[in-house]
Design a protein around this ligand. Structure first.
Ligand SMILES: Nc1ncnc2c1ncn2[C@@H]1O[C@H](COP(=O)(O)OP(=O)(O)O)[C@@H](O)[C@H]1O
Ligand SMILES: [Mg+2]
Length: 253
C-alpha cells in the first residue's frame, strides 16, 4: 500500500477503519428481510482503543463482522487502511483481512489438539506456509508477553479458559495487524481473568499502536477504553469519550 493511500485525519492520524453509511440487511429481498445496521458511519484511527456497546441484539456482532470482512454488508462504503472494500473479490477480501486485521472471539476457536505456539502461528501458516525462524521467534515473544512462555508446546486443551483466551490474543497479534476486532473476548471469563485479559489489550494497544475495537457487556471494561460507541437497534446513538457516556446509555446487557 502506498503512503498516499493511507487516509489521514486533519490531525494527521492514520485512519485504519472508515465506515460511511453502512447498512446490513439479512435475507434481503425475502419475506424474512431483517434490516440490522442503519447508516453506520465511523472512523477508527491508529492506536485507538474503542469499546462497542449496546444491548443484546443491537447489532454489535453484525457490525464487527462487517468491519472485519467476515460478512458482506448490504450498502455503504467501508475502507480498511484506505482500501475501499466494495467490489473486491473474495480473494482480495481474504488478503486484506489477513494482512490488516486480527480477531478475538468470545470462544477462542483454538485448535485444541495443537500446541499453543502452533495456534499462535496459524494465521502466518495459512498465509505463508511453514513459518520461518523469525516468525517462530515472534510467536514465542507474544506467548511470553501474554505470560505463557512455558506453555508454548502444550496442547491448548490443557490450558485454562483464561490461558486459552491469551493464546487467542497472541494469535490475533502475530500478523502485526493494524486493527484488532474483539467480540466479547472476556464474556466467558471470571472478573479477575477478564481484567487480566483486558490488561493485555491495553498494553498491546499502547505498545504496538494497533487500533482495537472491543465489544463488551462489562461497563467496567468499556470505561477503560477512552472511546465508546453505543449501538441501539443498529444505529449509533453515542460515539465519544467513554467518560462522557450519558447515564441512560450505561446499561449494556
Ligand atoms: N445470520 C443472520 N440472519 C438473520 N438475522 C441475523 C443474523 N445474524 C444476526 N441477525 C439478527 O441481527 C440482529 C443483531 O444481532 P447481533 O449483531 O448478533 O447483535 P449483538 O451482537 O449486539 O447481540 C438480531 O436481531 C439478530 O437476530
Ligand atoms: Mg454479539
Amino acid at each position: 500500500m502506498s503512503k498516499s493511500q493511507i487516509l489521514t485525519h486533519a490531525k494527521g492520524q492514520q485512519v485504519v477503519l472508515q465506515l460511511d453509511k453502512i447498512n446490513k440487511i439479512f435475507n434481503e429481498g425475502t419475506p424474512l428481510a431483517n434490516h440490522v445496521l442503519h447508516d453506520v458511519s465511523l472512523q477508527v484511527s491508529r492506536g485507538e482503543l474503542v469499546a462497542l456497546v449496546g444491548t443484546s441484539g443491537s447489532g454489535k456482532s453484525t457490525l464487527l463482522n462487517s468491519m472485519g470482512l467476515l460478512d458482506v454488508y448490504s450498502s455503504g462504503e467501508l475502507r480498511i487502511q484506505g482500501h475501499l472494500t466494495q467490489g473486491m473479490s473474495e480473494q482480495q477480501r481474504t488478503q486484506l483481512r489477513s494482512e490488516s486485521i486480527g480477531f478475538v472471539f468470545q470462544f477462542h476457536h483454538l485448535i485444541s489438539a495443537f500446541s499453543a505456539i502452533d495456534n499462535v502461528l496459524m494465521p502466518l501458516m495459512l498465509r505463508f506456509g511453514k513459518p520461518n525462524k523469525e516468525q517462530t521467534e515472534y510467536a514465542k515473544y507474544l506467548l511470553n508477553e501474554v505470560g505463557l512462555a512455558e506453555y508454548a508446546d502444550k496442547p491448548t486443551n490443557r490450558l485454562s479458559g483464561g490461558q486459552q483466551q491469551r493464546v487467542a490474543i497472541a494469535r490475533a497479534l502475530v500478523t502485526r495487524p493494524a486493527l484488532v476486532l474483539a467480540d466479547e473476548p472476556t464474556g466467558n471469563l471470571d472478573t479477575q481473568t477478564a481484567d487480566e485479559v483486558f490488561d493485555l489489550f491495553e498494553r498491546f494497544n499502547v505498545e504496538h499502536k494497533c487500533a482495537i475495537v472491543i465489544v463488551t457487556h462489562d461497563p467496567r471494561l468499556s470505561a477503560r477504553c477512552p472511546r465508546t460507541i453505543r449501538l441501539t437497534d443498529g444505529r449509533i446513538v453515542y460515539d465519544g469519550a467513554s467518560a462522557d457516556l450519558p447515564n441512560e446509555f450505561t446499561k449494556t446487557v
